[in-house]
Design a protein around this ligand. Structure first.
Ligand code: FMN
Length: 209
């Protein structure tokens, strides 16, 4: 099978970010069949719907680049029990203009990394809420809530704790298998947009009132 190309989005802009360190470990631990590339998001202007008709060049380039990837791995900290604004901004930019979302149908995985004990569980699941709407099939297992991040990395950024390193390996290997399911799938088996597009609102409303 051909090598898959997977983008890695990091929810932190901090120079010494634990999440960036983890993302770089995932890049180096990925199996040969999967090429991981970190896609930067810190330079993207804030999403503003008024700019949809004539979007900033950075938005266009980001959307074009994302379109070329076979899957997406999100590695994120938790900010106030949710996803940092920089990551939500990138998600919003990729989701528009309406009907042309770059996320649609792309397999995804979420890892959260925090110095706290709960490993960013809140951000991890808050992010999953958006990914449901964006129609991204998200890998369920292994779950990856990486806590106590200040104890996990050496001076050069490599994971020093064996169990965390093993989880990172399991995570990328499982994602490799997960993406295969969708890339090999017949068109009718690929995830489809749900029913009930509501043009006026630019959204789907599948709730039962
Ligand atoms: C605005 C802000 C909100 C935060 N909220 C949380 C939180 O809800 N849960 C948590 O575990 N850590 C929280 N933290 C601590 C971050 O997990 C910590 O700064 C972490 O190192 C950020 O990830 P990074 O190292 O990849 O930059 C918060 C940090 C900031 C700056």
């Amino acid at each position: 099978m051909e090598t898959k190309n997977v983008s890695v989005l990091i929810g932190s802009l901090r120079k010494e970010s634990f999440n960036r360190k983890m993302a770089m470990n995932l890049v180096s631990l990925a199996p040969k069949s999967m090429n991981l590339e970190i896609l930067e998001i810190g330079h993207l202007p804030m999403y503003n719907q008024d700019l949809d008709e004539n979007p900033p060049e950075a938005w266009r380039e980001f959307r074009q680049r994302l379109n070329r990837f076979d899957g997406v791995i999100f590695v994120t900290p938790e900010y106030n029990r949710s996803v940092p604004g920089v990551l939500k901004n990138a998600i919003d930019i990729g989701s528009r203009p309406y009907g042309k979302s770059v996320w649609d149908g792309k397999p995804a995985a979420v890892m959260s990394v925090s110095p706290g004990a709960t490993g960013g569980f809140g951000a991890n699941h808050h992010l999953r809420q958006s990914l449901v709407f964006l129609n991204m099939p998200v890998m369920q297992q292994p779950e990856a809530y990486i806590g106590h991040a200040s104890d996990l990395f050496g001076d050069q950024g490599a994971i020093t704790k064996d169990s965390t390193r093993q989880l990172a390996i399991n995570f990328v290997e499982a994602f490799d298998a997960w993406t295969n399911r969708f890339l090999r799938a017949e068109p009718e088996l690929k995830p489809k947009q749900a029913l009930g597009k509501t043009k006026d609102l630019g959204t789907r409303d599948n709730t039962i009132q």
